[in-house]
Design a protein around this ligand. Structure first.
Ligand SMILES: Nc1ncnc2c1ncn2[C@@H]1O[C@H](COP(=O)(O)OP(=O)(O)OP(=O)(O)O)[C@@H](O)[C@H]1O
Ligand SMILES: [Mg+2]
Length: 210
């Protein structure tokens, strides 16, 4: 696998950036050398990993005042880098990160209102592509209610955006919250995390192994 830098980004808060960043990084770390960059001044990711002390979780490089510097440091040390971006309104930090990564995954909650609230993220990707034309981007549906189909309004809203949606989606599952509470990833939850881990593996297959 060539070197790869992956950002989890959205202007919309609470859509699952940190949850997917840590679980994807943990999934990739089973077979790769992975660094995890916490570019969010809230430091959620750093707290998660600090308090778990779990050796199976990738190393977190805290972005502090200079997340771009943390990203380049991580890229020098690790074959794969996952960056958890902040939900910043001006997209300043996120925009600069998008100029430096190969791929961005944008978690979206399955409601058109949430999708429109995050529409600025799509513009940020387009702006970043002026300097980083190779930037690949996917929307990832997160917290989809089990057993419910996407509403027609949601499917139409997704189809109207310039960025494609990954075929796989992530359901709302207790395992994702439980992993956060225990300071681990869903891969360390054994049988309790099996379905959630399978969803993370699908994202890795569909978006990251190409
Ligand atoms: N698939 C899921 N199933 C159940 N709970 C989830 C799922 N994804 C995220 N959550 C929960 O939703 C909340 C928000 O998720 P998270 O913190 O990952 O979002 P975020 O985009 O990083 O937020 P912020 O913008 O504040 O950084 C958390 O409580 C998390 O545990
Ligand atoms: Mg977060």
């Amino acid at each position: 696998m060539a070197r790869q830098r992956i950002a989890l980004a959205s202007l919309k808060g609470g859509c699952g950036k940190t949850t997917l960043a840590i679980n994807l990084a943990a999934g990739l770390a089973r077979s790769d050398d992975v660094g995890l960059v916490d570019a969010d001044p809230q430091g959620t990711l750093s707290h998660w990993v600090d308090w778990s002390g779990d050796a199976a979780l990738p190393r977190v490089i805290a972005g502090g005042d200079d997340p771009l510097q943390a990203l380049s440091q991580a890229a020098r040390r690790h074959g794969r880098v996952v960056v958890d971006c902040p939900p910043s309104l001006d997209m300043g930090v996120t925009g600069r990160i998008l100029e430096k990564v190969d791929l961005v995954l944008i978690p979206v909650l399955p409601s058109p209102l949430d999708l429109w609230a995050g529409a600025g993220t799509v513009e940020a990707v387009e702006r970043a592509r002026r300097r980083n034309p190779a930037l690949r981007a996917w929307l990832v549906l997160n917290q989809v209610e089990p057993a419910s189909a996407l509403s027609r309004a949601m499917s139409e809203a997704l189809a109207s955006l310039e960025i494609p949606t990954l075929p796989c989606m992530v359901r709302r599952r207790a395992a994702f919250r439980l992993a956060a509470v225990e300071g681990v990833s869903v891969f360390q939850l054994g049988a309790r995390g099996r379905e959630a881990a399978r969803e993370i593996d699908r994202i890795i297959e569909e978006a990251l192994q190409t």
